[in-house]
Each structure stands twice: as structure tokens, then as C-alpha cells.
Design a protein around this ligand. Sequence first.
Ligand SMILES: NC(=O)c1ccc[n+]([C@@H]2O[C@H](COP(=O)([O-])OP(=O)(O)OC[C@H]3O[C@@H](n4cnc5c(N)ncnc54)[C@H](OP(=O)(O)O)[C@@H]3O)[C@@H](O)[C@H]2O)c1
Length: 284
Amino acid sequence: MHGKTVLITGGTAGLGQATAIALARQGASVVITARDEARGRAAVEAINQRANAAPVRLILLDLASFASVRGAAERFLSEHPRLDVLINNAGVFAARLEQTREGFELQFGVNHLGPFLLSHLLLPALEAAPAPRLVNVASRAHYAGRIDFDDLRGEKHPYRGWRAYARSKLANVLFTREWNRRFPGIPANCLHPGTLRTTIGNKHSPWYVSLTWSLVKPFLTSPERGAATVVYLASSSMVAGIGGRYFDPWQRERRPSPLALDDDLARRLWEVSERLMTEGGLMR
Ligand SMILES: NC(=O)c1ccc[n+]([C@@H]2O[C@H](COP(=O)([O-])OP(=O)(O)OC[C@H]3O[C@@H](n4cnc5c(N)ncnc54)[C@H](OP(=O)(O)O)[C@@H]3O)[C@@H](O)[C@H]2O)c1
């Protein structure tokens, strides 16, 4: 990965941090994002120490705010003419209803809409790379997902955190599929990294959900092992030029859910997401 620039969203913890260390060790020039500057700086220091490679750089990004996504993209583009690999890793699980700055249900906003906008805004840098790649961290939770377009704010039906998470992860797989159709020159793949020992179940959960997650955590897979498929899709020659696929934690291609293979649904999700961005004046 020498000479390649990789942007990983969400490098402060978990899978994103493990991926940053692995790719920095392979010689990539790594940029991570964080919502909070102090946490971001601490993460950069931790990654630099463990990777013992070229220093990792930091960009502030809050995917729950379209203005922040725009700011982060502008900052990246002003500093980097080229982006070889974009890894949309940052994500949340929220057991109770929360909303983004613009009022979308938090998991749909952070896990889908924010990355959708970021990926579009970074297109000029991706297009400037000789063999760019897009990697979207989805989840096997997508198998339980349905896209209910009538409730993107999460207010119409009784809120179920798991259902909303599954929807957002199905959106990741559909986005990957439609991206690949529209931008075949920038192959996109997505993956399930395994059930990982990270803090995802502790952050937007009531105490009993957080406690349950903490109790099962010791039995889960390490983020370092989880990073294997992300690193594979970002760097391996085995997947060069391959796109629109869904991979498991052992780097095997898997058939995603029937809904994830629905081209009409993928197109509709894209058009709805795009309309939300253009109506907000965020995209050309
Ligand atoms: N853990 C699992 O079992 C599992 C399974 C399947 C898929 N995944 C997926 O793996 C990805 C990484 O999750 P993880 O398990 O590593 O979770 P994690 O330890 O909670 O890390 C999530 C990362 O995303 C960042 N993030 C959260 N909200 C954000 C926002 N609004 N804007 C920008 N960044 C934000 C976090 O930053 P802060 O430090 O600021 O919170 C953190 O860096 C997610 O997409 C998740 O859905 C995880």
C-alpha cells in the first residue's frame, strides 16, 4: 500500500482503529476521522505508536451533520489531490430513538446518509486515483433489514433500535450495489466484519443494553481479526476490479439478503438519498 492514500471514517475506536493500524503497517498513508478533536488526537497517537509507520493524519467529521460532512470533504480535498481507498467504517447502534442534526433517525443518518454524501463529495479525489476502491462496512444484520421510506425520521412507528440498525446496514449493501452500477471505475464492496469486541453497543443504549453488551463482549472477536476483511477489500490484488459484492469475516464472497439484491430498491434508495442531498443544496 506504499504511495496510497486511505481515508477511514471512525478511527477513534474499534474496527476503524484496527484497520488504520493494519493499513499503516502496510505502508499506506492513512487519514482517520473523529468527531471530537481530543479523542481524535489520542487515537492518532495510539495508532502511530502501534503501527510504527508513517504518521496517521486526522480530519474532524460528524456523520450526523451534513455541514460537518461537507467540511470534512472540503478539508480532505484541499489537502489530498487523490484518494485511493475510501473506507466507510464509522457507524452507530442506537437502542433508543435519536436523530441527526437534520432530523433523520440517527442510524439511517450516520450509517447511510452521511457516508452517501461523503462518498459523493470525495468523488474528484477518487477519480484522480489510478485504481480507486470503496469499502463499506455493512453487517450481517442487513439480512433482517427492510427499507421503510415513509419513516426516515423514525417517528411514525414504535422505535426498535435493532430494526433501525438492520435497515441502515441493508442500506449499506444496497448503496454498494448501486454505486458499483453507477461508478464501475471505482469498484465498491461491502462486508460483515464479525461480531466484534467494540464499544458499539455501549454508546447509544440504555444501561441494561450496555451492560448486556459488556457482559458478552469478552466472548466476541477482536477488532484486529475483524479488520482482516476490510484490509483485504482495501488492498488485495485478489479483488482488484471486483465490485458490488458482499464478503464475510473470512474474506469469502457471500450472497446478501434477497432485498439487498433488488436493483429497483437500490435505485430507489439512491434517488431518495440524492434528493435529500440536492434539496438541502448539499450535492450538485
Ligand atoms: N462491533 C460489531 O460487532 C459490528 C458488527 C458488524 C458491523 N459492524 C460495523 O462496524 C463499523 C465500526 O463499528 P465498531 O464496532 O468498530 O464500533 P465503535 O467501536 O463504536 O466505533 C465506531 C466508530 O464510528 C465513529 N462514529 C460514531 N458515530 C459517528 C458519527 N456521528 N460521525 C462520525 N463518526 C462516528 C466512532 O467515533 P466516536 O469515538 O466519536 O464515537 C468510532 O470511531 C460500524 O459501521 C458497525 O456498524 C460492527
